[in-house]
Design a protein around this ligand. Structure first.
Ligand SMILES: Nc1nc2c(ncn2[C@@H]2O[C@H](COP(=O)(O)O[C@H]3[C@@H](O)[C@H](n4cnc5c(=O)[nH]c(N)nc54)O[C@@H]3COP(=O)(O)O)[C@@H](O)[C@H]2O)c(=O)[nH]1
Length: 483
């Protein structure tokens, strides 16, 4: 049980470190943006226009507290004090780049982060309130302390700037963008053994201890038993044992009627409980940090199956894997796709990724860099459930997809429902303008297929063609393509 607690603590810390790093990267980028915006103001004096200019930058750039203009080590214009002059002691003038500080003249006891950008004898200094960074480090995790270390100084979640960092940190991650590190320091997990030992030392004898021990033991026993029965616990075990199996549902090209790909959909058959539907275990995995393991399991399983079957398909086939927001917080997905490519050197198999909107994928630097690299690897992007969420249009700009999927809520009843028809016409028009293909999913009847073809959908998926099938059956059909 203690091992399990430690494991889940570590997993949570790993996830949180990446979230904090992304958020702090974003704050630091705001400092750079503010500094770039102020650079042209260095050309003039500290007149009313310049003062308005720097105050406007502070007011409109998130996280920024001050912007100052310097000549050497003399501040001659600042968003706080206007055209007053301050000479900084040489040793307290921050070096170029980012620095952590304990405080400044304005708020001596409040940490802050300075970005100092030098431009030929003059410079821009941007101040970020340490509170914003401290707030990011205070992520809701009672079992782990997080710290940020930059140029030998460490900021903790209490807002203190320390000259040393915690040597017990179990995890350290560098920002790929900036020169700082986030570390995670576990706070000792509550162990039942230690708890009982403590109690024993306090109350060596007596009826009270006997009652307390039995109460604690029964609580732990019943908690452990109920935990063993939860779906989450079972899912972790199923992933450890590789019990989740990918099925593939064919995707049909409208023009030729050929199978040109498939969507990989995970299936879980529990030895005692039988089939557990993805609608139950996928959201659970997304909420509990297990979804990346499911993505990984799908990619590895299919790559291994392709590798051992050695099939060259009759035509190019794209296999679409569902990915979630958590797959975009680091570059593990890229590594998995590269590994897929290494395992399947046979031509004809392409990777597609279906991005859903159940949890929004943030448009972070990491996500942007990941998309660029996936694109360079030839991975195709498909936006799933299009038209059902709030961020569809943002997703179109963010991901520049190759495919847009028309959700099955629009497909069902398309022949008779005028509003669904109008929405689908709109989606297809957007897709055509953006040079994307459209996959209409949930096609169950010939009349739906005909209507969608007449409206310009380029691909179909649905029970009318085939239910999701075992990998071997799908491969068989790619050798002898479905009509
Ligand atoms: N992040 C991940 N999500 C996954 C993964 N595997 C599955 N999922 C998601 O779970 C949801 C439910 O999936 P499933 O029960 O497999 O249902 C899929 C199809 O079976 C179903 N479908 C397909 N055709 C029809 C049809 O004609 N009628 C009908 N009633 N249902 C049909 O639709 C589901 C596919 O939907 P979508 O993904 O939106 O294309 C589902 O959201 C899966 O995405 C996983 O590995 N990772």
């Amino acid at each position: 049980m203690i091992e399990k607690m430690k494991f889940s603590q570590k997993k949570e810390a790993e996830k949180n470190v990446l979230i904090i790093r992304d958020e702090i990267d974003r704050v630091l980028t705001h400092a750079r943006i503010a500094s770039d915006a102020a650079a042209h103001l260095l050309a003039g004096q500290c007149d009313a226009a310049t003062q308005t200019g720097i105050r406007k930058i502070v007011a409109t750039t998130p996280d920024i507290r001050t912007v100052s203009l310097l000549r050497g080590n003399e501040i001659y214009c600042s968003s706080v004090f206007g055209a007053q002059y301050f000479r900084l002691a040489a040793q307290s003038t921050p070096p170029a780049g980012f620095s952590l500080m304990d405080g400044n003249a304005l708020t001596p006891y409040r940490s802050l982060l300075i970005y100092h950008a030098v431009h030929a004898g003059k410079s821009v200094m941007v101040g970020i309130d340490g509170y914003y960074l401290q707030y990011k480090l205070k992520i809701n995790d009672r079992r782990t302390d997080y710290q940020m270390t930059l140029n030998g100084l460490t900021l903790n979640a209490a807002g203190q700037v320390l000259t040393h960092r915690d040597p017990t940190a179990s995890l350290r991650y560098f920002s790929p963008e900036y020169q700082y590190q986030i570390s995670a320091n576990p706070v000792a997990p509550v162990s039942p053994n230690l708890l009982l030992k403590d109690i024993w030392h306090e109350e060596k004898s007596g009826v009270f201890l006997t009652f307390l021990l039995s109460a604690l033991l029964s609580t732990f026993t019943s908690k452990t038993l109920s935990q063993r029965n939860t779906l989450l616990f079972m899912l972790e075990k199923a992933l450890d044992k590789n019990e989740l199996i990918p099925f593939i549902q064919p995707i049909i090209e409208a023009e030729s009627g050929n199978t040109v790909g498939g969507e990989v959909l995970m299936r879980w058959k529990h030895p005692q409980r039988g089939h557990i539907p993805p609608d139950q275990f996928i959201p659970l995995a997304e909420q509990n940090g297990l979804i990346t393991r499911i993505t990984q399991s799908g990619l590895r399983h299919v790559a291994d199956a392709l590798n051992s079957a050695g099939i060259i398909p009759a035509r190019d086939m794209t296999l679409f894997f569902n990915v979630s927001a958590a797959d975009f917080i680091n570059h593990d997905l890229l590594e998995e796709c590269r590994e897929f490519r290494r395992k399947t050197p046979l031509s004809g198999w392409q990777i597609g990724l279906e991005i859903t909107e159940r949890e929004p994928v943030e448009d972070t630097h990491v996500a942007q860099a990941l998309c660029k690299r996936l694109d360079a690897l030839g991975v195709q992007i498909s936006i799933d459930d299009f038209g059902t969420g709030n961020s569809n249009y943002r997703y179109l700009m963010q991901f520049r997809p190759h495919y847009i999927k028309i959700d099955k809520v629009f497909t069902s009843g398309i022949e008779t429902d005028a509003s669904k028809e109008a929405i689908v016409r709109n989606i297809i028009a957007i897709a055509q303008d953006m040079r994307c293909m459209t996959i209409a999913e949930g096609v169950e009847t010939a009349s739906q297929k005909e209507k969608l073809a007449e409206m310009g959908a380029t691909h179909f998926q649905g029970f009318f063609f085939s239910k999701p099938v075992e990998i071997a059956t799908f491969f068989q059909n790619t050798r002898n393509p479905l009509p």
